[in-house]
Design a protein around this ligand. Structure first.
Ligand code: ADP
Ligand code: MG
Length: 457
């Protein structure tokens, strides 16, 4: 049996159900899978999971109920979500409740508070593990400044950038740094969603005074994903007062967001202007050198040694999201370890098919597809949107529509629109046509395959 088949059959369907203390429960499809995996791979699984978590983890199995109420974490691709749910002192199922109890601990006045506060943060998200590149050096410097002198340098610090580019990592790194230098600092770290939920709970239980005290008597308030304030007037009002209380008292506020403050729909002007009072820094997608540096650092932390060729392949193909880059690395490393053999590029490509497809979707525009396809078939770009119908023009146009459907997340009508205002039925027809012809004509298969590869490179 081929290695990839082995992987797809036994490992790809396994999901992580929960992490309780040091025990990870894996969900499998049936008892046969459980027995087979236990008999053949328990040791390997245990060692891989322990490496990823950077502490010893026991592995249990549970047969998946057909109506399972839990949201599984896919083990195979998403190491980030596994490690994100592994703060040092957390125990209990991987769910929002963990975040809640962590949030509550922040302001706990007991003498255990400082030690416990460290458990708020993922131990991996420190300045030490953060790779600085041209895409993030400004944000990194601003965070360092704030961490060294909270409340004195930039207040607030507003970090923004796309998914998986290191916002949460930097936010937590500030928390780690402050605690390491000032054990008794009172740090509030929570997602904007959590802030919202706590506020609603406090309203319902008539505990607003307690809620306000908790959030307004902090030295540092770190709020992740502030875009969740969008359209929530009552929460914005509450947050406005929290912000003012802390800011007036020269307490540090750091906010992260997936876009600039003025692009948050329905955010009150007075909040937008406050968010822009201090320092704003953005995180961009990493360049290839930074991607390589990140991969090497992560591989070393995981204790895996992958051939340069494979590291380069990952760095070249996954460009837009560091979480995805990390997920790909972990998947490849785990596979290498399980199979015990050195990997070739073909296997890696198969292992990462979905990840590479996801990456292709965000990176490519319909315009790029049209241009590549027009070049390849030696027709004019204008013919992608024209009404001309000779076969040597109409079929490449259909191929471009098919590729746009495969490689972007645009709807059929949006794609039709980009092809000279055609309707969604035309795009659907084009996709069927190309698929049908690929089945019977080797030349079409080759052309489309080649273009797809070029476009996702
Ligand atoms: P965001 O909050 O922006 O969506 P995260 O901070 O969660 O992104 O980062 C996603 C993953 O990528 C995390 O595991 C994080 O540790 C890692 N990461 C992001 N940027 C860097 C970097 N510059 N160096 C090392 N790891 C990084
Ligand atoms: Mg985040």
């Amino acid at each position: 049996m081929l290695k990839t088949e082995l992987y797809n059959l036994w490992f790809a369907p396994v999901t992580a159900r929960c992490l309780e203390g040091d025990t990870l429960t894996l969900e499998v499809a049936d008892e046969f899978c459980e027995v087979w995996l236990k008999d053949n791979y328990l040791d390997v699984l245990r060692s891989v999971v322990s490496r990823v978590a950077i502490r010893p983890i026991q592995v249990n199995f549970a047969v998946r109920a057909s109506d399972a109420a839990t949201t599984p974490v896919p083990l195979s691709t998403d190491r980030a979500s596994l490690s994100e749910s592994l703060p040092a002192t957390q125990s209990g199922p991987v769910d929002r409740g963990a975040e809640r109890s962590a949030g509550n601990r922040a302001a706990a006045p007991s003498s255990e508070a400082p030690r416990r506060q460290e458990g708020l943060f993922n131990p991996n998200n420190t300045f030490d593990t953060f790779v600085v590149g041209s895409n993030n050096h400004h944000a990194h410097a601003a965070c360092m400044g704030v961490a060294q002198k909270p409340g004195h340098t930039y207040n607030p610090l507003f970090l923004f950038g796309g998914v998986g580019l290191g916002k949460t990592h930097l936010l937590q790194a500030i928390g780690h740094h402050v605690l390491a230098h000032k054990k008794n600092a009172r740090i509030g770290y929570l997602s904007c969603e959590r802030f919202t939920n706590e506020f609603i709970e406090a309203l319902q239980n008539s505990q607003l005074t307690k809620f306000r005290k908790k959030h307004r008597e902090l030295d540092v308030l770190l709020i992740d994903d502030i875009q969740f304030l969008q359209g929530k007037e009552r929460i914005q009002e509450e947050f406005f007062h929290t912000f003012n209380a802390l800011h007036d008292a020269h307490k540090q506020i750091v906010l992260t967001c997936d876009r600039p403050a003025n692009e948050i729909q329905g955010l009150e002007q007075r909040l937008i202007s406050r968010f822009e009072w201090g320092m704003t820094a953005d995180l961009k997608a990493p360049d290839v050198e930074t991607r390589l540096a990140i991969l090497k650092k992560k591989a070393a932390a995981l204790g895996v040694n992958l051939p340069e060729e494979i590291i380069l392949f990952l760095a070249n193909r996954i460009r837009t999201n560091i979480r995805r880059l990390e997920g790909a690395l972990v998947r490849v490393a785990a596979y290498a370890q399980i199979s015990g053999k050195s990997l070739d590029l073909e296997t890696v490509e198969t292992l990462l098919r979905e990840i590479l497809q996801e990456e292709g979707k965000v990176a490519i525009s319909v315009g790029e597809i049209q241009k590549r396809v027009a070049d390849y078939f030696d027709i004019r770009l204008a013919d992608m949107t024209s009404k001309r119908r000779p076969e040597n023009i109409a079929f490449p146009r259909q191929i471009a529509m098919y590729l746009a459907r495969q490689l972007t997340e645009h709807s059929l009508s949006a794609i039709g629109e980009s092809f000279g205002g055609r309707d969604h039925g035309t795009v659907l027809h084009a996709c069927r046509q190309v698929r049908d012809r690929m089945e019977v004509e080797a030349k079409v298969r080759q052309d489309v395959g080649y273009l797809e590869k070029q476009l996702t490179r």
